[in-house]
Design a protein around this ligand. Structure first.
Ligand code: NDP
Length: 478
């Protein structure tokens, strides 16, 4: 036995993670169900470090020094269950299985309990950054026990992205905490991408800029407070010209967005926690709408096709472009605030002691939502440990205040032009909703009391009340 860490599952993520481990001086045991992938990895990259390939799980486990650390990078769901069970059968008490796949956090809680009963450590670790991140430094959100992190920490911190000399990896909480945080991260990523898409749509179809011109706008935005990986790659995609047709790449791609399901999980979980993540939900639904081709065709046939381009171009183009930038930044702040609210709600529900500043810190590198902006979130939580809402952190307060009119003007212009901005408008509605002195929720309570005797509370007295709607409409204490 000579490998200090093993990787099971050598598709793109697993093989890149194994190479990253080997490049950082680890001796890496390798196993994949189909041996071709193991052989290919050793043939193509065997010279990058120390690998110990095996073609049976028994040999793989035997090649590891104890306590063994096995990282599973296989398909989430049934594939992960199959691999975790098979590996666990061969391990000894004190050994550890790390699931680096995109597991649903509830599955991670279940697997943690099942392996704990066998005196094995199970760690759910969210790995972000796609294949490039897995190879060159991902952000790693680690759950499981403190004891497990003592062994695993140095390994994951050695391969994670580094920002300002600190690794983008941390132990965040017990059992499913790592996968929960990774799930919310993916949800925020959906919202960020949708907001950027809406900004593009506005610049293209309300202002009338070309994709190449918009690429320049995004490059410019990337030098300021919006500086982020997603803005940077947006400029790159928009500047790209299709080789076959000479058209802007953005115009030859079918406008039906795919998704693998983590955004949906985020929204489903938020619904059960009762936390509004309207920005993320609108992003998931916008992707769904885009891919419902039949509905789009039917509605276009019935009402005519709208391109948004028929609207007059704003008089002050640079002013409008700046308004879109401000609206984008304000909407982004709201969607992150919603994501962090969801993290708090999840922590309360599952007994995790999530440190929001640490989470923002390890998202600064390696992952898809990496951005300068996350420093501001870390600082906000460091300076105000009891912060109830990110919206109130002074740095964001200022940006939201500054965006006020621009944000409303942009949403109004989009609505008038028929350019859908579900992300911008949901963010604005969430902000306005939180600011309103009185919400129509009072009326909803009245309706609920009338049809279902659900009772209500009053502004002027303690207690719950009910009106005898079907009788003399007297108010009674419930
Ligand atoms: P896939 O999700 O496509 O999974 C393929 C791997 O799973 C192969 O190694 C396959 O083995 C193995 N596998 C599937 N079912 C079984 C089974 N029943 N028994 C044994 N092995 C099985 O690979 P990716 O590399 O794309 O992703 C790996 C994990 O990382 C997934 O959980 C994914 O969600 C997550 N992830 C992926 C990202 C990405 O950008 N792709 C980003 C972040 C996380 P075989 O070769 O024998 O078929």
């Amino acid at each position: 036995a000579r490998a200090d860490v093993g990787v099971v599952g050598l598709a793109v993520m697993g093989s890149n993670l194994a190479r990253n481990l080997a490049r950082h001086g680890h001796t890496v045991a390798l196993y994949n169900r189909s041996p071709e992938k193991t052989r290919a990895l050793v043939a193509e990259h065997g010279d990058e470090g120390e690998f110990v390939p095996s073609e049976s799980l028994e040999d793989f486990v035997a090649s590891l020094t104890t306590p063994r650390v096995v990282i599973s990078m296989v398909q989430a769901g049934a594939g992960t269950d199959a691999v975790v069970d098979a590996v666990a059968d061969l391990l000894e008490p004190g050994d550890m299985v790390v699931d680096g796949g995109n597991a649903l956090f509830g599955d991670t809680i279940r697997r943690t309990q099942a392996l704990a009963a066998r005196k094995l450590h199970f760690v759910g670790a969210g790995v972000s950054g796609g294949e490039e991140g897995a190879l060159n430094g991902p952000s790693i959100m680690v759950g499981g026990s403190e004891a497990a992190y003592e062994t695993l920490g140095p390994i994951v911190e050695s391969i994670a992205a580094q920002v300002d000399g600190t690794p983008c990896a941390a132990h965040l909480g017990t059992d499913g905490a790592g996968h929960f945080v990774k799930m919310v991260h993916n949800g925020i990523e959906y919202a960020d991408m949708q907001l950027i898409g809406e900004a593009y749509d506005l610049l293209r179809h309300v202002v009338g800029l070309s994709p190449a011109e918009i690429a320049d706008v995004f490059r410019e935005w990337n030098t300021g407070e919006l500086d982020s990986f997603l803005i940077e790659i947006t400029a790159e995609v928009l500047a790209h010209v299709d080789g076959a047709t000479g058209q802007p790449f953005a115009d030859v791609v079918l406008d039906e967005a795919g998704m693998k399901g983590t955004g949906t999980w985020t929204v489903q979980t938020a619904l059960s926690l009762g936390t509004p993540v309207s920005g993320i939900a609108e992003a998931v639904f916008a992707r769904a709408l885009s891919s419902h081709r039949e509905t789009r065709d039917a509605v276009q046939a019935a009402f005519g096709v709208s391109s948004g381009s028929a609207t007059p171009v704003p008089d002050d183009v640079p002013g409008f472009v700046e308004a879109v930038r401000r609206a984008l930044y304000a909407s982004k702040i709201v969607s992150y605030a919603q994501g962090f609210d969801m993290l708090s709600a999840g922590a309360a529900e599952h007994g995790w002691d999530l440190d929001m500043g640490t989470i923002a810190r390890i998202w600064r590198g390696g992952c898809i939502i990496r951005a300068r902006f996350l420093d501001r979130i870390t600082d906000a939580y460091r300076e105000h440990p009891g912060l109830v809402s990110l919206l109130t952190a002074p740095v964001f307060h200022e940006a939201l205040d500054g965006a006020g009119d621009a944000w409303r003007d942009v949403v109004a212009a989009a609505v008038r032009a028929g350019v859908p901005v579900p992300g911008f408008s949901a963010a604005l509605a969430a902000f306005d909703g939180a600011r309103r002195d009185r919400l129509p929720a009072a009326l909803v309570q009245g309706q609920r009391d009338l049809f279902g005797a659900h009772t209500y509370r009053r502004v002027d007295r303690e207690g719950s009340f009910h009106v005898l709607w079907g009788e003399d409409r007297r108010e009674v204490r419930a």
